[in-house]
Design a protein around this ligand. Structure first.
Ligand code: HEM
Length: 228
């Protein structure tokens, strides 16, 4: 019969209590310090656009509508890629807490693409239905961008914990569409570049690396499952 001494039980209790205390501290720090910090930092590009619009922080240059649209489009794409980097970074670093930022980062991607879309809708097209449909149908790079926007809208709308729980395994399948949105987003950018494609090429390289990691992880998980 295995006998566990009272002192050992006490020590184990003390250790697990200590560990859960530390975990609680981390959760609290993330919730009350790091999440508000990332939230405020993520609003800086937006605040700078507003500041530049009123010539407070800088200026928007000769073509303000194009500048606003370009900045929002770039930040949207950056946030899509940042949100997609969470899983590989977590796996490499074992910083499991990173996952707590993923939803916020994804929602910021949607926020900036929504601003990009609204700039086009209101300032570029003047909310003119005929001009809007013509642009979406006749300019392929807009058709691609619009498709990506529709995907991101569906993902943002289903990002709550309640919907996640209700959809179960189907939720992950639906949210894998973020990769399609990212591919369409990079393609949309590349298509409308006239001369120097180095910026969309950088986004494309990062996206290919993220996709390669995802494929590799899926294969190795399938191999582990087959061996089990
Ligand atoms: C996931 C969705 C999207 C992403 C990631 C995205 C991203 C971008 C990026 C990075 C640029 C180039 C910025 C630059 O030149 O520095 C751009 C340009 C542009 N996008 Fe999007 N976009 C998306 C959706 C849309 C949608 C829905 C529309 C409108 C229906 C749209 C309309 C435009 C237009 C008109 C330009 C050219 C602006 C110019 O004249 O410079 N985009 N987009």
């Amino acid at each position: 019969m295995v006998t566990v001494s009272r002192s050992r039980i006490c020590t184990m209790d003390w250790i697990s209590e200590k560990t859960s205390d530390r975990d609680m501290d981390t959760v609290r720090q993330i919730r009350f310090i790091w999440k508000p910090f990332v939230f405020i930092a993520s609003l800086v590009p937006f605040a700078l656009v507003i500041g530049d619009l009123f010539d407070v922080t800088g200026s928007l240059g000769a073509n303000p509508v194009e500048e606003i649209q370009d900045r929002f489009g770039n930040w949207g794409l950056r946030y899509i890629l940042i949100a997609l980097s969470v899983t590989p970074l977590r796996a490499i670093s074992h910083w499991n807490w990173l996952v707590r930022f993923r939803r916020m980062l994804g929602l910021f991607a949607f926020f900036y693409i929504l601003m990009h879309f609204l700039t086009w809708l209101v300032l570029d097209q003047g909310i003119l239905l005929s001009a809007i449909t013509e642009d979406i149908v006749k300019r392929p790079f807009i058709t691609i961008g619009f498709s990506a926007f529709l995907i991101l809208t569906a993902l943002a709308a289903t990002s709550t914990a309640g919907i996640r729980r209700r959809l179960g395994r189907r939720w992950q399948k639906l949210h894998n569409w973020v990769y399609v949105a990212a591919i369409l987003g990079v393609w949309h950018y590349w298509w409308q570049v006239k001369l120097d494609a180095s910026d969309p090429a950088i986004y494309a390289v990062i996206l290919v690396a993220l996709l390669a990691y995802r494929l590799w992880r899926r294969r190795s998980q399938a191999r582990i499952r087959a061996g089990a």
